[in-house]
Design a protein around this ligand. Sequence first.
Ligand code: MG
Length: 389
Amino acid sequence: MAGCLALVVGAGRGARFGGELPKQYHTLAGRAVLRHSLETFLAHPGVDAVCAVINMDDRDLYDQAVAGLTLLEPTGGGDARQDSVRLGLESLVEYAPDHVLIHDAARPFIDAETISRVIDALGQHGAAIPAMSVNDTLKRGENGIITQTIDRTGLWRAQTPQGFAFPEILAAHRHFAGRELTDDAALAEAAGMEVALVHGSEDNVKVTTQNDLARASVHLAPPREFRNGTGFDVHRFAAGDHVMLCGVKIPHEFGLSGHSDADVGLHALTDAILGAIAAGDIGTHFPPSDNRWKGAESHVFLRHANELAKAQGAEITSLDVTLICETPKISPHREAMRSRIADILGIKIGRVSVKGTTTERLGFTGRKEGIAAQALATIALPGPSSASK
Ligand code: MG
């Protein structure tokens, strides 16, 4: 196999990271840190095959992390990173590649464009690395005091993947085995190879500490915008033997009058969701003048509001309904109501709150003339605030 192979080095135990689990096996957006870069190399058209260098004590963790990926058999690493890379290169000798890209598993955000720039540069140079220019002023200090300001002109921060002509970098690693150099380019330089600089990526950061991982998780979380909507509704008591409240049938000395089943709780909730997506009110979508909705079960209205919200990509993050009445008592039915609402909307019950209160016998609810309900809906829409309508 000629061509270009990628060697992803993740054999370290991450002393600076701490904890039992090596950092490359921590989960980042649902996938192991190591898996992120492996997938990016596998998907790149300029890379023919991908091999990981791991600590063989972590073989089970590795197998779980890469389940379903088509990779070369992993190589066991050594004590120091440089040993791990050399052992990895030795394991690729049988494939006789033209080029190899050596990448740190702790850089999960490597992108296809950066990989392409490195590969392109290998067309003209024996070695190429991605790097970023140094923009901050550099100081040398001793005991907390500056001793020198360093000219940053021509200074670069090295990243990976670092690309090399395979036979040359293998020879350099063999030659300098045991000598501590901080990256593979340093070996190439020491061996007299010309190493080209290509533009890296500000996102191609190295995850070194737990803090880096937490920041990386935020970086990967899709941006969301939260919106609220409120709803309010009243229905009058009338002759009857039950009321429908939040989708639950409750035996009562009166019924509630209304065009539909008069479920004041679901009506307030429906308006709250419509409010959160700025889609009018329940009367806009289900006019009382339309006989189709006569006697309708109100879960139909709530489902419709939910469908409209979903069509905008919205996710309901919380609902809070307050039923205002002297009778019936709400608390015995609270759990059934929460469960019914969660069921209608297909969301977790933990996102649904139902509360009951009285008005201390004041006003129309206090005189038991009817029931009022208010509701608050909070939804999450995809995209940053500035990008959405
Ligand atoms: Mg109503």
